[in-house]
Design a protein around this ligand. Structure first.
Ligand SMILES: Cc1cc2nc3c(=O)[nH]c(=O)nc-3n(C[C@H](O)[C@H](O)[C@H](O)COP(=O)(O)OP(=O)(O)OC[C@H]3O[C@@H](n4cnc5c(N)ncnc54)[C@H](O)[C@@H]3O)c2cc1C
Length: 334
């Protein structure tokens, strides 16, 4: 008989591992303090793009594996996954198109002065008076990537896991991984920033991110992202638009009204629109790990197998399927 598997954590990492284990025939249960919208995963934008996670080589491999799974999920509307054109810009100098992005169709956005407004507005789907976008950016590239609407996608994962025979137990906070009931042979640690306390990992660093959810922006059909400080992104979703963002080392979960004002200023200026109303403000702690994502097998003090899967920084969605498949492989190896 196959091992009984307990997954700690119900963010994107825990839910994706849940699906992979349950669909591989393991009797699997998820235990978590919070689920869905109350996790860091519920705050994410959540666009497929490797960002703020280490180590680069493994991150790209997991990300590309995840990309293929998400492209398939995009064919089923109930998943909340869609494909969107991402326009990645720089404010200073020439942006480099990463080597891995070229086979995915990434191409430079022409930035000859006379071409800027029409080209940028073309990829934003903006026409008419708004097409004269300000010259905030100096270079950019465009590519088509998966976008997960977290309000749909996290529920989709949970339903798919339950449909494969999994169980979800919420409102449970463990002090140590050994607290998981001994009926489970294997423990998978998907606790995100919570691993700082659960396994006392000093390598984990909270990279605080704040976003403002605003009403849909008319004619904005592509995601606009600029990673140069100040970090700025505008990501249209089915029912609203996510304006961001911030990235600072802090574990402050309260909303900072000054940051919201700055985000609104920056996004409205780049899109050349009036400042929109704010529907809600959200804060999450990206689980950045200085020595890189922890994806490794170990042994608990009581002798059971543990597989750690946390520390995905700003890329938890982007790496989710690649990491979950690697966790399954590690847990199954003898
Ligand atoms: C503003 C913002 C924007 C982002 N945008 C993107 C993006 O566009 N693309 C992308 O790929 N990523 C993005 N990210 C990063 C992404 O959100 C994270 O990498 C991802 O959510 C991490 O998922 P996780 O499942 O590992 O952790 P979490 O979502 O934090 O889930 C952790 C789970 O573990 C549980 N838990 C923790 N400790 C315990 C304990 N002791 N006992 C029991 N349960 C416990 C929690 O309750 C929760 O269920 C963004 C993040 C932020 C903040």
């Amino acid at each position: 008989m196959k091992d009984r598997v307990a997954i700690v954590g119900a963010g994107v990492s825990g839910l994706t591992c849940g699906v992979v284990f349950a669909e591989s025939g393991y009797r699997t249960a998820i235990f978590a303090e919070e689920t869905g919208q109350r996790t860091t995963s519920g705050v994410a934008a959540a666009l497929w793009f490797p960002y703020d996670a280490e180590p680069a080589a493994a991150v790209i491999e997991w990300a590309l594996e995840t990309y293929q799974v998400l492209v398939d999920l995009n064919r089923e509307p109930r998943t909340g996954v869609s494909m969107i054109e991402l326009c990645q810009f720089s404010r200073t100098g020439e942006i480099q198109i990463p080597d891995w992005a070229i086979p995915l169709g990434a191409s430079a956005i022409p930035m000859v002065p006379s071409v800027i407004p029409s080209e940028v507005s073309r990829c934003c789907g903006i026409t008419g008076p708004q097409s004269e976008l300000p010259r905030t950016f100096t270079s950019g590239f465009a590519m088509t990537v998966p976008l997960m609407d977290t309000t749909i996608y996290l529920d989709y994962l949970a339903k798919r896991f339950l449909g494969a025979g999994g169980e979800i137990h919420t409102g449970i906070r463990f002090e140590r991984p050994e607290d998981v009931n001994l009926a489970f042979d294997v423990v998978i640690n998907c606790t995100g920033i919570g691993a700082k306390n659960l396994v006392h990992d000093e390598q984990l660093e909270p990279h605080r991110g704040q976003v403002a959810i605003v009403p849909k922006v008319e004619n904005l059909t592509c995601a606009i992202v600029c990673d140069d400080p100040p970090l700025m992104y505008a990501i249209p979703r089915a029912n609203n638009c996510v304006f961001g963002g911030t990235n600072e080392v802090s574990d402050e979960l309260d909303v900072d009204p000054i940051a919201t004002a700055r985000i609104l200023d920056e996004c409205s200026r780049a899109l050349k629109i009036e400042k929109p109303d704010v529907l809600s403000e959200r804060v999450g702690l990206r689980p950045f790990r200085k020595s890189g994502v922890r994806l490794e097998r170990g042994c608990l003090r009581d002798g059971r197998t543990v597989v750690h899967n946390y520390g995905h920084g700003g890329s938890g969605f982007t790496l989710s399927w690649g990491c979950a498949n690697a966790v399954l492989e590690l847990a199954s190896s003898r």
